[in-house]
Design a protein. Structure first.
Length: 186
């Protein structure tokens, strides 16, 4: 699929197990009518994964899809939007969606790190499916071009992942608008 980066063995099996053990007990249900539900924990931080690993993935994406350098604003990792997700048996994010929206206009990219392996994964609108494999990172644009949803686990097992976003950041956004106002003489 176009503009999707897949890095297998991004995290070791041991690191995946460690993240599950660290965050599963404090995960809680985030209720929504749009999906069948998952438990979430916002306590996960980049130091739990390794900021060097996250930066490596972002640089791999930039080196693979060089045109991203021409976006109108600068973007960066946002630790505040990093989250651990636990889908209990039978639960999955079933609604077609993208991460960029009226509520989240600053999201540029989405990434997921699968912490468990299952015979299911992330399904894209075009029919492509990326299977959840323990330690695999998947990174793709947050835009409507990458509408996706989760698949129901046929094995009816617990599923775990860490997800996050790469966002335009406010300082760059404000600077770009300030330069427009100055150009207009406002």
């Amino acid at each position: 699929m176009n503009h999707v980066l897949i890095l297998d063995n991004y995290l070791s099996e041991q690191k995946c197990d460690e993240l599950i053990e660290t965050f599963v007990d404090n995960a809680y249900y985030q209720n929504s009518e749009n999906h069948t539900g998952y438990k979430i924990n916002y306590d996960v931080k980049y130091n739990h994964i390794g900021i060097d690993k996250i930066n490596f993935a972002l640089n791999e994406y930039i080196n693979t899809y060089k045109e991203i350098k021409y976006t109108p604003n600068q973007f960066k990792l946002d630790e505040n939007e990093l989250r651990f997700k636990h889908f209990e048996p039978g639960n999955y994010y079933e609604t077609w969606h993208c991460e960029h929206s009226y509520k989240f206009p600053y999201r540029v990219m989405n990434y997921m790190i699968y912490l468990s392996t299952h015979d299911c994964g992330t399904e894209f609108w075009n029919g492509d499916i990326i299977k959840s494999e323990k330690g695999r990172l998947v990174m793709f644009p947050a835009a409507y071009t990458h509408i996706h949803r989760g698949q129901k686990c046929p094995d009816n097992n617990n599923r775990y992942l860490v997800g996050g976003y790469i966002n335009y950041y406010l300082e760059a956004w404000l600077n770009s608008y300030m330069s427009i106002y100055k150009w207009w003489g406002i």
